[in-house]
Ligand binder design. Structure first.
Ligand code: TRP
Length: 320
């Protein structure tokens, strides 16, 4: 059976190079091989915050990021939670398939609660992984390209699919997670790359913003540049970033710099990143707000057609 790929992002801010090498590059490759859905997970934004914020702007920017990296709306169905009621309705029967204890055991949810600044933990915080099962199963997705933090959610999806099939008959495939093959890219301060930490190069950053961020990056004072992830993690991370952009190995890049020190390293990284982002920046400018609205409307409609069929099948299997 042919794979169906489903993946998505929460529209909470611009995508960065960590997203690119972790997941977007994979998607661009997969869109030529498999039917693919990319979800703009707008309802998931309110899991860990009180308000959706600048949601329309963030959706537009996320779609522009997708188009800029080369996702092709003629091949990929890009859609939103909020436009596909039939997907959301799957949440109800799916919630009946899992126990409260199982919801409370999810390590990613626990971690998010520990790092949340919300006063109270909402019910959605515990149930959104089941909603994510609906995201994946509405189109009978079988391959889910995600980062490591999402593995518990794919596990939850398999549990939901297995239990549904056991109780009501064979309806859903059991999806597999697909992890990026690239090494983890850290932020420019050595921590997790994240927009909120100000340590990430976003795909929409200008040349000057990119240069400024790299200028501020943490390094060390050893003039001989070597690739040593254990003892020189910040230098190694910059080498990895340049290597990914150049399609070379980090050792090779280190050798080229030799005794040039941090200054030469940063110069090389800046050039490599800006060169890499050049076609992405260009493609981003090719799309108007009007395009974006049309692409979303088309994707929402296609996703909805698929969701209607699955929900009918679910209702029939359950005897409603
Ligand atoms: N939770 C994912 C994230 O924060 C986004 C997401 C929502 C997702 N639904 C999904 C990813 C379904 C893969 C499959 O990045």
């Amino acid at each position: 059976m042919k794979d169906v790929v489903l993946t998505g992002d929460r529209p909470t801010g611009p995508l960065h190079l960590g997203h690119y090498f972790g997941s977007l590059a994979n998607r661009v490759r997969l869109q030529d091989v498999h039917p693919m859905y990319v979800l703009i997970a707008d309802y998931q934004v309110i899991t860990d915050r009180d308000l959706p914020g600048r949601i329309q702007r963030n959706i537009t920017e996320l779609l522009l990021d997708y188009l800029a990296v080369g996702l092709d709306p003629a091949k990929v169905t890009i859609f939103r939670h909020s436009a596909v009621p039939e997907l959301n309705q799957l949440l109800l029967p799916f919630l009946s398939l899992v126990s409260v204890a199982e919801l409370q055991r999810n390590p990613t949810v626990k971690d998010e609660i520990a790092h949340s600044s919300q006063r109270a933990v909402s019910g959605l915080m515990f149930t959104y992984p089941v909603h994510q099962a609906a995201d994946i199963l509405f189109c009978k997705g079988t391959l889910v390209p995600v980062g490591k933090d999402q593995l518990p959610h794919v596990e939850m999806t398999r549990l939901v699919a297995r239990r549904f099939n056991e109780r009501y008959g064979e309806v859903f495939p059991l999806p597999e997670a697909m992890m990026g093959e690239h090494p983890l890219l850290r932020g420019l301060d050595g921590g997790k790359m994240s927009k909120s930490r100000g340590n990430a190069i976003t795909l929409s950053a200008t040349e000057d913003e990119t240069a400024a961020l790299i200028r501020k990056a943490r390094t060390d004072s050893d003039r001989l540049i070597t690739f040593d992830e254990t003892h020189r993690p910040e230098v190694a991370n910059l080498l990895t970033l340049a290597a990914l952009c150049l399609g070379r190995s980090p050792q090779d890049v280190a050798e080229e710099i030799g005794y040039g020190g941090a200054a030469a390293l940063k110069r090389l990284v800046t050039e490599a990143v800006n060169e890499f982002l050049c076609p992405i920046r260009k493609r981003r400018k090719e799309h108007s707000e009007q395009d974006v609205r049309q692409i979303l409307a088309d994707g929402d409609e296609r996703a909805r057609e698929r969701a209607v069929v699955t929900l009918d099948e679910v209702r029939a299997a359950m005897g409603f």
